[in-house]
Design a protein around this ligand. Sequence first.
Ligand code: ADP
Ligand code: MG
Length: 361
Amino acid sequence: MTSGAEIELIKVTKRYGPALAVDSVSLKIPGGTYCCLLGPSGCGKTTTLRMIAGHESVSEGDVRLGASVVTDLAPAKRGTAMMFQSYALFPHLDTVDNVAFSLKMKGVEKGTRRAKAMEMLKLVQMDHLAERRPAQLSGGQQQRVALARALITDPQALLLDEPLSALDPFLKIKVRQELKKLQLQLGISFIHVTHSQEEAMALSDLVVVMNGGRIEQAATPREVFNRPATAFVARFMGDHNVISGRVSKKDGATVTFEVPGGASFVAPEDQAVEVGAPIEIAVRTDRVHLADSTLHGCGLTGLVQNIEYHGQRVQVALSAPGIDEFSVQVPETAFFAKPLSVGDAVPLAWTADDVHILQKS
Ligand code: ADP
Ligand code: MG
């Protein structure tokens, strides 16, 4: 099989009339990467994917695949293949002819193209249903056929737009594991569009978080989770509290900052900041200690607003002076050792290591 080539987007912009769908996006995806484009609806994921595939023209900028600039090439000439959300199978063709279709268009002889199609169907475990038509297949099976049809061209990169969104939760996890396995087996890049944080974290070598047509952060899942670059990423990933305040003191490698309610915290100076400047910090929801007298608190008392049982963890939502919303994830056993109720006032504590300063978006 092919080995993957690097893909680069160089200041790629897409305008629809005056509207900017994608705004000067630059990104390098090394060969053989499982990359997820992640972000809320309308942030430009599909448009970006379609510009890589060549199904959408680029208003400004360039797309490079390996050594070639492919910006002006037709989709079939780029070395990428796209699996569509609707699968777009031909209803009158059986499985094997659907998969072999692009080779037929290229004039590949029947025996050769059917043999290659069967090889692809084996890869996606659909060779036993080679004679069926799309209407005789389940949604999950049609998707496998669509996958085989995309892979038959030996692409350098496979592009997938929300491939798991139509599947039920159980099948979703199964197909997710299969996609990852297939990508590792083929060694090419998969570029997978999703709005699900969980999906992106589970699959990716590289997560690209998008917002309003721009990239907020492109990094490994661990980096995105532990060090969200911006307030948008911290909020979107859902595992951090974002707190706004002002720098009151700098002291070597740490900064002290105050929130409007009067409390002040220490954070490592992982972004250069100036005294007096407004900043935002992120605090991991699972690193906040409630009513823990062994840690010196941050002078902040939270009022419990809501408690949700999530199984392994209990999520406690609080309000505090100068902070709109604050969530804490407490391990189940710890929570029930000292249960809280709505209306309780609890001191909050965390260590400077669990805080980091966010960049401006
Ligand atoms: P996502 O896939 O992240 O949900 P899209 O890439 O589909 O987002 O869309 C990005 C933005 O571009 C949206 O505001 C959308 O309305 C707009 N857009 C997408 N396609 C078109 C089009 N063909 N014509 C006009 N606007 C479009
Ligand atoms: Mg989309």
